[in-house]
Design a protein around this ligand. Structure first.
Ligand SMILES: C[S@@+](CC[C@H](N)C(=O)[O-])C[C@H]1O[C@@H](n2cnc3c(N)ncnc32)[C@H](O)[C@@H]1O
Length: 264
C-alpha cells in the first residue's frame, strides 16, 4: 500500500490521467502483476511469443509502435529493440520503473497519450474527440503496430467517469464506452503497416466449484472478426479480489488485424 502511494506520487501523469483514475490503475496493475506473477506469466509469455513471431515475418522492421505498453510485461522488449530501428511505447501513464529499465535504450521513445482521444472532450477541454494516432498513422516508417491488452481498458474509465458526471454525460452522445472500443479498432485499421491486436474480450466470475456467477462482455457489444487464437487469463485468482471467487478473462489475438465491420 505504501509502495503504491509512493509510486503514485513519483509517476508523472497529466491531470486527465489522474482524473480518469488511470494513474491509480496503472500503479494497481503493477502491484497486482507482482502479486500474481506466477498466475499471469503464461498469459504474458504467450503474448511475448506471438509478438516475436509476428515481428520476424515482416520484410521490413523500421519502427514498431506498442499501444497500451504499460509495464510492458507482455512485450518482448529486448527482441523488438534488437530487430527494429525504433521502438515507440504509447500509454497514458509510464511508471518510473519502466523509465528506469529503459534509460539506456536509445531506440525506445515513450509517448504519453490518451488513446481513446475522448478525455479532454469529456472534461470540457476540447470540442470533440481528438485523433490520438494521427502522427503515427501518417508515419510511413511504422512497419508494426501492436495493440497490447489495451482495447478492453479503453471503455471502463469513460463509463465510470460518465456515471460520476451525469450532467456532462447528458450533453454527450450515447454509447461512449462502446464507441471508444470501436474508435480504437478504426484507428488500428488506418495503419499501413502490419497490425497485431491482443485483447481480453470477456470476464467470467467463478466459484470454487467452477459454477459461473457472472459473465461480462468487455467489448460492450462491439463485434470483432473471428480471432486467430485465444486462451484464459486468471486476472484475479481466488483470494485476489474475493476469497471464494475467481475472475478469468478470455484473451483473443488477431495476428494481422485488418478492420472490423462494427464501427459506429
Ligand atoms: C491491461 S494493461 C496492459 C499493459 C501492458 N500491455 C502489459 O500487459 O504489461 C492496459 C494498459 O492500457 C493503458 N490505458 C488504459 N486506458 C488508456 C488510455 N485511454 N490511453 C492510453 N493508455 C491507456 C493503461 O495505462 C495500461 O497500461
Amino acid at each position: 500500500m505504501l509502495a503504491e502511494l509512493a509510486l503514485q506520487a513519483l509517476t508523472p501523469a497529466t491531470s486527465l490521467a489522474r482524473r480518469f483514475g488511470l494513474l491509480r490503475e496503472g500503479v494497481a496493475l503493477w502491484s497486482r502483476g507482482l502479486r500474481q506473477r506466477k498466475a499471469w506469466e503464461p498469459h504474458h509469455a504467450r503474448c511475448r511469443a506471438i509478438i516475436a513471431e509476428v515481428a520476424v515475418t515482416l520484410s521490413q522492421r523500421r519502427k514498431v509502435v506498442v499501444l497500451g505498453s504499460g509495464p510492458a510485461r507482455d512485450i518482448p522488449l529486448d527482441m523488438l529493440c534488437a530487430s527494429f530501428d525504433e521502438v515507440v511505447l504509447a500509454d497514458i501513464v509510464h511508471l518510473p520503473l519502466l523509465r528506469l529499465k529503459l534509460w539506456r535504450q536509445a531506440k525506445v521513445e515513450l509517448i504519453s497519450r490518451d488513446l481513446t482521444g475522448t478525455m479532454a472532450w469529456l472534461a470540457g477541454e476540447a470540442k470533440e474527440r481528438q485523433d490520438p494516432l494521427a502522427d503515427l498513422v501518417a508515419d510511413a516508417k511504422v512497419d508494426l503496430v501492436i495493440s497490447a491488452n489495451l482495447l478492453s481498458q479503453l471503455a471502463w474509465p469513460v463509463a465510470d467517469w460518465l456515471e460520476d458526471n451525469p450532467t456532462r454525460a447528458a450533453a454527450l452522445p450515447g454509447n461512449l464506452p462502446a464507441r471508444c472500443i470501436a474508435w480504437h479498432l478504426d484507428d488500428l485499421a488506418r495503419f499501413k503497416g502490419h497490425v497485431c491486436l491482443i485483447s481480453d474480450v470477456e470476464m467470467v466470475e467463478r466459484d470454487r466449484s467452477g459454477a459461473i456467477h457472472d459473465r461480462l462482455d468487455l467489448m460492450y457489444g462491439v463485434e470483432l472478426p473471428k480471432e486467430d487464437e485465444s486462451w484464459l487469463w486468471p486476472v484475479a485468482p481466488f483470494g485476489e479480489a474475493e476469497r471464494d471467487r475467481e475472475y478469468v478473462h478470455k484473451v483473443c489475438v488477431w495476428r494481422r488485424y485488418a478492420g472490423s465491420s462494427s464501427a459506429f
